[in-house]
Design a binder for this molecule. Sequence first.
Ligand code: SAH
Length: 433
Amino acid sequence: MCYAIPGKVEQINEKTVIVDYFGEKRKAYNELAQISVGDYIYAQGGFVVTKVSATEAQSTLSVWKEIFFELQETDLKLSRLQLTDEDADKKLLGILDKASQSKELKEEELLYLLELKNKKGLELFFKTANFLRQKYHKNSCCVHGIIEISNCCRQGCLYCGISHHNKKLQRYRMSKDEILGAAGEAVEVYGFKSLVLQSGEDAGYSVEELADIIKEIKVKFPALIFISFGEIGIDGLEKLYQAGARGLLMRFETSNPGLYQKIHPGMNLENRLNHLRRAYDMGYLILTGSLIGLPGQSKKDLLNDIFLAKELHAEMFSFGPFIPHPHTPFSELKPGKIEDIIKVLALARIIDNTNAKILVTTALETLSREAAKDGLLAGANSLMLNVTPLEFRKFYSIYPNRAHQSEGISAQIESTVSLLRSLGRAPTDLEVA
Ligand code: SAH
């Protein structure tokens, strides 16, 4: 099973390398010492992750060669756009026509899209986002793995099932060996090239312990490492960057400071944003976004969420539904609506069509298994698979009945690869050079 394609190094300009994928040139940042022109490498998130032998690369490439162009063809067919629907309203067609030419939309036009209700109109809106995704990102789709290393948390976020409000949850904290074991399995057995390590806050590890774990993963199992441990402080971010982490997954949850305060007692939005801003300055890839369906959240808030993610230089957007957890203060609320999530994904693609990768979240899949496909056909181009060992996974209960909660890693890969193939997507995620 493989979902990363090796590329051949064509040029090296200091820290940037130009990589060839079947004639297409992409660029990547290289921190590895021994890379020469002609070498084969795996890259993820814009970084060279590891070198592979020519024999191994060529055997993988021979499998991919067969289908690489076939996939592009399928994707192209699925993303064709015709904005001439007689039934759609003229105003909508005008807005989508502008969007399809990458012209900047006015706030009123963006809100018009978020407020859309009729099925035909929504279909055209989503198709426009898919068209832009194909235009700027071709059929590339990146797949990350996430390991949830501990569900211990001192915070009291009112919506979150691993917050201290949940007194019924059995808490766990994976040992260093368990984390290394899970990372090793993900990289060596399943071929993941990028891993997110996530936990609740103050999960029982010191920054030094986390740095140690990251260093050891980097030495033993080449992968791009994202951290997602919450607000570990600016100093903590620096230490983990030094240790080898290159990405930060931290949603700001909502761009509305008043709403943020209400749902995060004792915390404030500025502190969280400060982490994200400083992390970007340090060189971290930023993966951020918000929860959709929070009480009192308006459509304007959702629009501001997209603008904020863009302003924070998000390499990848993560927007997903709020889902009520029975053992939290928000147990009685309704979940975010699937349609609203897809609208936000599509609007994010329209607002930031060239840069961001857009994730289909597990929370969206939890609301509907079909929704992953719908998201990928409405501008999204990224997925995250859960590679937390099954014995721990069920206890990382941020919301109930998470999709893939008891699904082994190979089963998840199998269904992901078949979904991606059916849509003509290939797992290359580098910027076109
Ligand atoms: N401590 C880390 C990780 C928190 S859990 C941090 O602070 O970033 C990861 C994400 O789960 C959160 O950012 C939040 O957006 C999401 N989450 C928590 N509870 C949820 C719920 N009830 N429904 C949907 N998503 C939820």
